[in-house]
Design a binder for this molecule. Structure first.
Ligand code: NI
Length: 142
């Protein structure tokens, strides 16, 4: 599955793409984890249950004032919430077409795309930690 994803993503690459960075949302582990929380707490509920939490901060993603403990707690709660929402979603609802950012597709297309974000960003975090460990071999081992 990983190589399928990789070949899909690299099939239209050009030389120009190699050194071009677009992913301003994903450069630190803080931005990656808060971005994932935003997806779990806001984007997925919007898709699956048609509403988002009223008390979710507008400036959540990348917010520098959040502790690691808070971010991890939000991640755990987001995961629980996702499982609950998926349990409550019928196959019929998943097959229904919705018109979102990539046009008319069955709901399950968008849900799968969102869930693949977890794997995608996990890979980015692993890469960042790997680089950090190599540059700082005597630092805290993660
Ligand atoms: Ni993302």
């Amino acid at each position: 599955m990983g190589f399928y994803r990789l070949s899909n993503i690299t099939k239209d690459l050009t030389e120009h793409h190699l050194d071009w960075t677009s992913c301003s949302e994903a450069n630190t582990i803080r931005t990656i984890l808060t971005h994932l929380n935003q997806e779990l707490h806001v984007y997925l509920p919007r898709m699956l249950i048609g509403k988002t939490p009223e008390d979710w901060p507008e400036d959540y993603t990348g917010n520098p004032s959040y502790s690691l403990e808070k971010i991890m707690k939000d991640l755990t709660e987001g995961k629980t919430k996702l499982y609950e929402m998926l349990d409550d979603t019928t196959d019929e609802a998943l097959e229904k077409e919705v018109d979102l950012f990539m046009g008319k597709r069955p709901l399950q297309f968008y849900v799968t795309l969102m869930i693949s974000e977890i794997i995608h960003h996990e890979g980015q975090i692993a890469a960042i930690l790997g680089v950090e460990r190599r540059m700082n071999p005597t630092g805290p081992q993660n």
